[in-house]
Design a protein around this ligand. Structure first.
Ligand code: F6R
Length: 369
């Protein structure tokens, strides 16, 4: 049932191109627009939405953080993302013009369920992004956009995460399409890029051997840090979460701009630091800033593990280890940048003798608050 793989996690990592393609299937029509008929919230209601609030836990929360960048950029609707476990307890401001998006692989996470119940009681519309047909969260929502990752068995979420991202991009683009905001060449181009993104994921998977080797060489380390900016920041958080849960190592993700505000004190000789580098094209300010962050930590002895786009030569002198990812639009980069981090964590867990599919103390779905 593991399809020849040693672990479900490895199988599920390998299934990602298909999971991504399946989640897009039938949702982009021949003319390059989106057809999300399943989202049964009337378009008139979606046009009136003045705020989006995303609630989720763990890896799904990281997908939500990335969704915020996409939603605000493509629709100009303000978007908040909150851990479902924190959401209710701060008396959030919600009304009929609020669209709440609840992201959950299992559809049974109690904190996320409680958050959406609270949102509906306040009159907000709730859209679930979920991987499990007929589970509680979609049943209690106004609408659901299913991810088509197929069953995810390994406790650590991989293919579900990538499909959550795809679903979030679809929702963001759909809101843009319905509302006509910023709807134009860029959005059409992104829809085209999305249609070929499964191939990019496949391409990354084909280049993972050096990542595995690197992971094995770090098996005796205690700490690994992860840095990113913009959508690379949630990717850094996700890389750190994977390493914690699988390798039981101290792993932390930071927004690279926060380094100087504290975390840089952690940098010492030979400390592995993974840096997610945005595309050098377009957002050059972002790019330049992260390149100087890499220089700063390297000058203090860090061993830099740099995830950068193919063709990005400027980072080469500062990378002790370089992991290449295909060229993608900035907002879609998490779909390819996360994959090496999954492989890295899985291999480190194996090298440390840990149980990959069933990490200690964890359950696949957390049905208690
Ligand atoms: C991490 C992981 C968890 C889940 C979280 C939410 O690899 O799997 O952090 O993402 O428990 O679960 P769902 O998406 O089922 O609500």
């Amino acid at each position: 049932e593991k399809g020849g793989y040693d672990y479900f996690m490895l199988k599920e990592i390998a299934e990602q191109p298909k999971a991504v393609a399946d989640t897009l299937l039938g949702r982009i029509d021949g003319s390059g627009s989106l057809t999300l008929d399943e989202v049964r919230i009337p378009q008139g209601v979606l046009r009136e939405i003045d705020k989006v609030v995303i609630v989720a836990c763990g890896t799904a929360f990281h997908a939500g953080m990335i969704a915020k960048y996409a939603i605000e950029h493509w629709t100009r609707i303000p978007c908040e993302v909150e851990l479902a476990s924190e959401f209710r307890y701060r008396d959030p401001i919600l009304d009929a013009q609020t669209l709440v998006i609840a992201i959950s692989q299992s559809g049974e996470t109690m904190d996320t369920l409680m958050a959406l119940r609270h949102a509906r009681e306040q009159g907000a519309k709730v859209l679930a992004i979920c991987n499990t047909n007929g589970s509680t969260i979609p049943r209690e929502s106004d609408a659901v956009l299913y991810t088509h990752a197929g069953p995810e068995v390994a406790v650590a979420s991989t293919k579900a995460f990538l499909t959550q991202l795809v679903a979030c991009y679809l929702v963001a683009l759909y809101l843009g399409q319905v509302r006509g905001t910023k709807w134009g060449d860029e959005i059409r181009a992104v829809i085209r890029d999305l249609s070929s993104i499964a191939g990019a994921v496949e391409q990354v998977l084909g280049t993972m051997e050096p990542v595995r080797e690197l992971a094995r060489s770090l098996a005796s380390k205690n700490t690994v840090l992860f840095l990113g900016r913009h959508v690379g920041y949630p990717v850094a958080l996700e890389g750190a979460l994977k390493l914690k849960e699988l390798a039981y190592m101290h792993a932390e993700g930071f927004a690279a701009g926060e380094l100087k505000h504290g975390p840089i004190a952690l940098i010492e000789e030979d400390l592995p630091v993974v840096v997610v580098v945005p595309s050098p094209r377009g957002r050059s300010v972002l790019y330049d800033k992260i390149v100087s962050n890499i220089q700063e930590i390297r000058a203090r002895g860090a061993r830099t593990i740099v995830i950068a786009e193919e063709g990005d030569e400027a980072v080469v002198p500062y990378a002790d280890h370089l992991i290449r990812i295909p060229v993608t639009p900035t907002l879609l980069q998490p779909l390819v940048a996360t994959v090496p981090l999954q492989v890295f964590a899985c291999e480190l867990a194996t090298a440390r003798g840990n149980e990959v599919d069933q990490p200690r103390n964890l359950a696949k779905s957390v049905t208690v608050e």
